[in-house]
Write a protein that binds this ligand. Sequence first.
Ligand SMILES: Cc1ncc(COP(=O)(O)O)c(C=O)c1O
Length: 382
Amino acid sequence: MSNQPFLPYGRQWVDEADIAAVVEVLRGDFLTTGPAVGQFEQRLAAATGASHAVACNSGTSALHMMYAAMGVGQGDEIITSPLTFAATANAAHYLGASVKFVDVTPDTGNLDPALIAAAVTPRTKLIVPVDFGGHPADYDAIHAVAAAHNLPVAADAAHSLGGSYHGRPVGTLATATEVSLHPVKPITTAEGGAVLTSDAGIAERAARFRTHGITRDPALLSSDEGPWFYEQIELGFNYRLTDVQAALGSSQLAKLGAFIARRQAIAARYHEALADLTAVELPTERAGVKSGWHLYALRVRDAARRRPLFERLRELGLGVQVHYLPVYRHPWYRANGYADVTCPNADDYYAREISLPVFPRMTDAEQDSAIERIRQAVTELL
Ligand SMILES: Cc1ncc(COP(=O)(O)O)c(C=O)c1O
């Protein structure tokens, strides 16, 4: 084992201002959804350029709300990338829909727009790009295919809040966008997520789905029985965020720009320090794209050497991770109709990938020590 500090691949940065914001809510009247949630939603929308933010208790819930609000239902299909956390696909299955996995481009690991058209069927309801590692997908090309087939685009931006694509911020790149507020993500509410959209109907349906499908809107009620009256008009869930979490979210949001700038600086230092290691391939950022650098995804050129390198980095105290086993390879997917699916680029990406530590709180000294350990392991093993 190394006696150098353990560095995880990602972690939150909670400071005294965040703690004070949470304590203030704890001393007040509202613990669960109250004014802090509405305030956080307004700030999140303003920060991303969306007209509406509907906050909820996880990114997974946000995906479920978003798909439901965009009309995904029994027998429908969504098109998405297999190089993602299972939640992107699971949320379609929650609604009785299924997934057409479309392969990724080798440079970014994002959905390949050129392969989407072949996956469209009469049952396709939604195209869902995933901004892998924080790098926004190729939205212009994806929208072109989507428009040709009259399909909406919904983004899984769990990794990319704070990023942009040709000057347009994440949150405005699709009809609706899901973000995750888990601790390793750009900002955190512990668990949490949100749907961002400029479509008022989607926002309204997502918000209703978040609270059991219940409405108090007089225009939607079947009768007027009094000021207490509400009705459940569809099947929904309890996916509410709490005020305690929303206070943390608002406080964290004020630092989003600084967090992303720090992630970019860390990525730039890795690029420079590892550029001469020919046995590994470094992640790229396409022209015009600002990645949120949620992940720094290294790829070993020889897939057979990934495991020894991973194990050595762990021995040296680096909490490296691998992102992601292509979703269709999970046993549940194999047992539920996806056993024959393969996407060669996603398989190759997975086979060679190792995510290095990248989180805003990592100091230059910590990164220097990570770089030293990475160079040592690569030189020893590759
Ligand atoms: C790409 C992607 N989508 C969705 C999610 C789900 O987010 P959450 O963990 O907040 O439910 C994650 C979480 O890791 C993710 O990485």
